[in-house]
Every structure is written in C-alpha cells, then in structure tokens.
Design a protein around this ligand. Structure first.
Ligand code: AMP
Length: 226
C-alpha cells in the first residue's frame, strides 16, 4: 500500500470552488505536481491535437469528456517520476467510474489515495465567481472582474500578460457544469466517505483561510512545507 511520506491528494468540489487556486498553492508548499485534467484538456484544445479537437465542443457546452479519454490521460500522467512522492489531483475523478479506475491504477503500483478534500461553495456564489473569472495567458494567475480585479485592467498584475475568459466560463455552460457536478461528481463524496478518506471544508472566505484549513487536515504532513 502507500509508502510513508506520500501525499496522494484529491480535491473534490464544483467548478468555481477554488480547487485550482488551492492546488497551485499546495503544489508550491509540498513540491508535488498539480494534475488538472481541465488544464491538460485546455492545452490540447489550444494545440488543436486530435484529443483537443474532440474535447472542445463538449467542454464549451459544459459536458464531460469521456471517461475513457480522461482515465487514459491521468494514468499516463501518474506514471511520471515527479508523482513518486505524491500528487494533487484537481478535477479528477469526476464520475464514479473514474474513481474506481483511479483506485485500480494506484493499486497496481502499490499506492492509494491518502486524502480527499471536498471544497464546498453555494451555487449562487459559484455562478458569480465563474462568470467574472479571468486568467492570465502567460502565468495562469486568476482574477475576478467583480471580486478581485487586476489593477492593470485587462493585463495581469503579476506578469503583465493578457487576461482571458475561458470559453466555458459563461452562464449557460456554467449551469450545465453545475448540473453535471450534482449528478455525476457529488456522489463521489459518499464513495470516499465509505473509505474514510473524505474531509469537507467551506470554500467561501479568504484564499489564505481556506488554505490553512486544508493544511490543518493534512496535519502530519506539514513537515514537508517549505
Ligand atoms: P475544469 O477546468 O476542471 O473545470 O474542467 C473543464 C472541462 O474539462 C470540464 O467541464 C469537462 O468538459 C472537462 N473535464 C475536465 N476534467 C474532466 C474529467 N475528470 N472528466 C471528464 N471531463 C473533464
């Protein structure tokens, strides 16, 4: 089973809950790879690979890409050497089938999930967050037109890069993504609770406060923090 001092973490939560923001911070703290299936798919769309061309329409409308495709992506990614000491999964698994397959993928490698943290935010707040969300093309830093605008207008405060809105960050797509989340992903909470892996946190409030709550849950791994 999982060897000592690994941190195989799954972040669960609806779109807009702040999983990506928290995962980026945790990746710096623990020096572990942040594996976001959404980011991998968006990169494929940008590069117009066969996968990207196939995935784009589904992503734009807020539907899920097929289990077969995303499981293949994650399986390949988890075999990379930077995942030896752990990983932070963001946006995967999203269906029960993905969760079961993830368990099998890890099991054959003598590994297992160590923690699942579900980040919860009310639906109204999610809608407001997502429809105002902007990201930097160059460094990936996130902003919100309403709650956290960039002082430089349409440029990134951090690096001066161009800010853009994701193609799926509009109200129609967001409503679809929330429905998909409720129907297909929310049941994973019970699945992981059965394995005594699930911890739930409130995803409203300051980014730093939420991170502190996550670090409290990870507790005995805090000696890893730089
Ligand atoms: P995210 O960046 O996690 O919000 O993902 C953006 C979009 O990528 C989703 O709305 C889906 O279309 C697709 N996607 C990301 N992760 C998965 C997954 N685990 N299973 C299926 N589709 C996914």
């Amino acid at each position: 089973m999982t060897t000592e001092r690994t941190l195989n973490l799954v972040l669960l939560g609806p779109p807009g809950a702040g999983k990506g923001t928290q995962a980026k911070m945790l990746t710096t703290c623990f020096k572990l790879p942040h594996i976001s299936t959404g980011e991998i798919l968006r990169a494929a769309v940008k590069e117009q690979t066969p996968l990207g061309i196939k995935a784009k329409e589904l992503m734009d409308m807020g539907a899920l890409v097929s289990d077969e495709i995303v499981i293949g992506i994650v399986e390949e990614r988890l075999t990379k050497s930077d995942c030896e000491k752990g990983f932070i999964l963001d946006g995967f698994p999203r269906t029960l089938h993905q969760a079961v397959e993830l368990k099998k993928i890890l099991l054959v490698r003598g590994k297992a999930i160590d923690h699942v943290i579900s980040v919860e935010v009310a639906k109204d707040e999610l809608l407001a967050r997502i429809t105002g969300r902007l990201s930097c093309h160059s460094c990936g830093k996130g902003f919100n037109q309403v709650f956290d605008p960039s002082a430089s207008g349409d440029k990134c405060d951090g690096c001066g890069g161009e800010l853009y809105q994701r193609d799926d960050d509009n109200e129609d797509s967001m409503r679809m993504r929330l429905d998909v989340y409720e129907q297909q992903t929310a049941p994973l909470a019970a699945y992981y609770a059965d394995d005594s892996l699930l911890r739930t946190i409130n995803g409203s409030g300051s980014i730093e406060g939420i991170q502190r709550n996550i670090l409290d849950i990870l507790g005995n791994r805090s000696e890893w923090i730089c």
